[in-house]
Design a binder for this molecule. Structure first.
Ligand code: SAH
Length: 427
């Protein structure tokens, strides 16, 4: 009987990419995937600490696995991701003595070594090496910029993932080609600040990387996320405009609409500068989608400052907004400030921002009804009898069709459009 593994993942796309990579390494070492943690020989929890909620979830999951781990000495429990981060290993071992292996973000080696040395695992076999495709086999993520060297006042990531560095372009391009050969049709290039790609390399930028990757045969679409307003330049905008395979979709968080809050957050731009970048994107690429992240209830944020966030949302009419209540993170400078926005007020602001984003999207999407959009079919939803896919702008579309097959590009005429998804029929 082959031994089995189960990976539980929470958090950002980078974590998803790390989990896929680890899964393929484990398969290469002869392990097979188990649907449930309880049925597996090796369980990995890939964790996130960006806010208190995902951290609590990961720690709860870890504790529910304690009896499972204790019941059999041959089992392996591994903890991975930002909960491990740059923390002292000795401290982690004291806190979680039932965990066998701790792995920092994007570093699968400690588990693979442990399985080989302590669980009699085989050496990895090069021949059946599989690259990490996403669960649907059509889309995959490729990390290109690792870590983060900025110091946003609220953010714990730089300390956990280390300073930013670019992966060598040849390595990234090889991986893109191998994924496309495997059938992957859409690749998302990842980085905390993806548009800093190449700052530590001679002659490379994200724009150049996208242009080169776009030549990959078989590949239909390229995405890149997350961008930072201080680094997104005209060269990148031009690459998105000129390369048909590069999707006109920008993940460009503004976080707050008040210049005082932005300054305190150390974001490095004003609301006017952010609005100017959005105008530049739209002037070059009128059909582009611009998505944002927003934090509400940052310490000392007044009602009037929160309203500035709503005003900026209304002024710019962006696409998706990922809205989070501020969550103090240990070791960050913001966590040293008294958090004077009470939880119920944070919740009220979150709902107000959510409602604002929803009404903007409802209106913008309603204008798309009757239009034909290009959808990359990702997977079939048996329950509802329809395919699921995305437009180049990243909008979720459902459509009924005979059998386009995963990975097909389908022109869909939109018949219904809500704020978060759309429905249509192949044209
Ligand atoms: N590197 C990206 C995003 C990193 S984390 C950037 O520079 O914007 C993803 C999102 O989580 C952030 O954009 C932010 O909106 C949110 N986030 C990060 N730290 C947070 C905190 N302490 N409380 C609430 N939300 C937070």
């Amino acid at each position: 009987m082959p031994r089995t593994y189960h990976i539980w993942t929470i958090g950002c796309q980078m974590n998803e990419a790390d989990s896929s990579r680890l899964a393929s390494e484990l398969e290469r070492a002869g392990f097979r995937r188990a649907g449930r943690a309880e049925d597996a020989d090796v369980v990995v929890l890939n964790t996130c600490v960006v806010r208190q909620k995902p951290e609590d979830k990961a720690i709860n999951r870890l504790h529910t696995l304690k009896p499972w781990r204790r019941a059999d000495a041959d089992r392996t429990l591994a903890l991975m991701g930002c909960l491990v981060g740059q923390r002292e290993m000795a401290e982690l071992r004291r806190a979680f003595p039932f965990v066998d292996v701790f792995m920092r973000p994007s570093e699968p080696a400690p588990l693979l070594d442990f399985l080989r040395d302590c669980r009699g695992g085989k050496d990895r076999e090069m021949e059946d090496y599989r690259l990490p495709a996403g669960a649907n086999g059509v889309t995959a993520y490729v990390p290109v910029t690792l870590g983060c060297s900025r110091a946003c006042s609220y953010c714990v990531i730089p300390g956990r993932r280390g300073p930013d560095r670019s992966r060598p372009p040849e390595e990234v391009l090889d991986e893109v080609r191998a994924l496309a050969d495997e059938g992957v049709r859409e690749i998302g290039m990842l980085g905390q600040i993806v548009d800093r790609y190449g700052m530590d390399l001679e002659g490379w930028t994200l724009a150049r990387l996208l242009r080169e990757a776009a030549r990959t045969e078989g590949l239909r679409r390229l995405r890149f996320l997350t961008s930072h307003p201080a680094y997104l330049d005209d060269e990148l905008i031009a690459a998105v405009r000129d390369e048909p395979k590069v999707c006109p979709c920008f993940e460009l968080p503004f976080q707050a609409g008040s210049n005082r809050i932005l300054k305190d957050m150390r974001r490095g731009y004003t609301r006017e500068q952010y609005a100017e970048i959005v105008r530049r994107i739209r002037a070059a690429i009128p059909e582009a989608a611009v998505n944002t992240d927003i934090i509400v209830g940052y310490p000392t944020e007044t009602e009037a400052e929160f309203v500035e966030t709503l005003d900026l949302m209304r002024e710019l009419e962006l696409d998706m907004a990922h809205i989070a209540k501020y969550s103090p993170r240990p070791g960050t400078t913001a966590a040293r400030m008294p958090d004077d926005v009470p939880p119920e007020e944070k919740e009220r602001r979150r709902r107000a921002a959510e409602e604002c984003a929803r009404s903007i999207l409802e209106r913008r999407h309603a204008a798309l009804i009757g239009e034909i959009v290009e959808v990359l079919a990702e997977s079939y939803d048996r329950k509802h009898g329809r395919w699921r896919g995305r437009t180049p702008q990243g909008k979720l579309v459902f459509f009924a069709a005979e059998n386009p097959g995963p990975g097909a590009l389908v022109n869909v005429r939109l018949e219904w459009a809500g704020p978060y998804s759309m429905i249509g029929t192949p044209d």
